[in-house]
Design a protein around this ligand. Structure first.
Ligand SMILES: [Ca+2]
Length: 188
């Protein structure tokens, strides 16, 4: 009895694993990189692809993304701003720069989906049998003036949480982009 259990516990099943693969590549940089990646994916059932990491290539070593600064904050953290309805909030990207000297383009946009879930509680009986998008009548909480300028004027229109994103694109080849997130807590 005991020896029988022991033999079961030590039984090795017939499973044989596939080679595990972890790839570092400049993936879409040049045609031969794309071809290699496509071939790898074509045969991906032959191996366990554990990871694909896009790395820079030698000739792009000095391509640098912009340093996006909002209201003097040069970290990569979200910026929290307390606001009130109908009182404008000025957001400034002054000081934003590109270490390798490309020209910069600014875009500020209201990221409506980011806070819609906490803006309007919905009961299950209100949505059963309905399409989600039919119940998404979430009106904008902010409007933005100067959305293509270095400084933008954000006007809170109703209370709640509103996420505003700054996009800074350089005109390098390839163009590189940095982002910053501003989270407004709008009170009445
Ligand atoms: Ca750059």
């Amino acid at each position: 009895m005991y020896s029988n259990l022991e033999s079961q516990a030590s039984h090795v099943d017939s499973f044989s694993g596939k080679p595990r693969v972890f790839v570092l590549s400049d993936i879409g940089n040049e045609p031969d990189d794309q071809m290699s990646l496509t071939r790898l994916l074509l045969y991906s059932n032959e191996s366990d692809v554990e990871g694909l990491v896009a790395v820079t290539s030698t000739w792009q070593r000095n391509k640098v993304s912009p340093v996006a600064i909002v209201n003097g904050d040069s970290s990569k953290e979200p910026i929290f701003v307390n606001a009130r309805v109908s009182i404008p909030v000025m957001l400034s990207a002054a000081g934003t720069n590109d270490p390798d000297g490309n020209r910069l383009k600014y875009t500020w946009f209201y990221y409506q989906e980011a806070a819609s879930a906490i803006s309007k509680p919905v009961k299950p009986e209100e949505v059963v049998g309905e399409r989600g998008e039919d119940k998404l009548d979430v009106f904008p909480k902010v409007s933005i003036e100067g959305s293509d300028q270095e400084e933008a004027k954000v006007m809170p229109q109703s209370e709640g949480i509103a996420h505003v994103i700054l996009v800074v694109e350089d005109d390098g080849e390839p163009s590189l982009t940095s982002y910053r997130r501003v989270i407004l807590n709008i009170e009445p």
